[in-house]
Design a binder for this molecule. Sequence first.
Ligand code: PGA
Length: 263
Amino acid sequence: MIQRKKLVIANWKMHFNVSQASSLVAQLHKNIQGHRDIEVVLAPPMLSLQPIAQQIDHRRFRLAVQNAYHKDEGGFTGEVSFAMVREIADYAIIGHSERRIYFGETNDDVRDKVAASIRNGIKPVVCIGETSTERSDGQTKQVIHDQLVTALANVTSEDLNYVSIAYEPVWAISTFGGEKPDPDKIEKIFDYIRLQIAELYGEKAANNVRILYGGSVDDQNAWSLININGCEGFLIGSASLNYHKFTSIIESVYKFNRTKDNG
Ligand code: PGA
């Protein structure tokens, strides 16, 4: 596996008004140094995106949207398009399980959003993962396969370079129960995901896709999770709301990179 920058994304979900978001950013600035080999990405609620873009040191932090609409403009009351955030956001979280479960987002919606994101120069982070029922019914691989194949349906091999995949088993996400993940089992799914991408685009292209883990990542388990073979970062929900925990997770990733560099 080639060494490249790890990607650590703070998904604040629907937490913090603008001034609370700004206070957290100020704390993060104090605590998190720029690391050459880690990209730290903040995904605040949409309303805070612009003020935070003005507040952050862009050499240390990048920004993501948690969602956007796949059409660039038009009569779509209440929506914000990828085209509107392209100057601000480097990344877009797409197909998060909360979007799928609470807002009925389908695999086809995810496919359209991935295409819109790439069209607007924003790097998609495609979230996939099975629910606990799907897991107990033995459908994990099928679910992941279908989510992946549809999400990437309009992605060319060239565009694939901009895509990251976040494997977030729904049962591990704090919102849906927060069962603690077993790194050995997660590693098997990572292998499966990479294999599926290789079947679609070939092995070389598949190796260029960063695969992240998400679901109950915190300061206690970050070290064991970043040691999963093929894990190239995290998508973090609740622990990212606390700057102590988030900083400690970044430190684990940094330590992991240094260990690799020296070994
Ligand atoms: P969690 O959320 O870290 O709170 O489990 C992860 C996510 O929803 O992306």
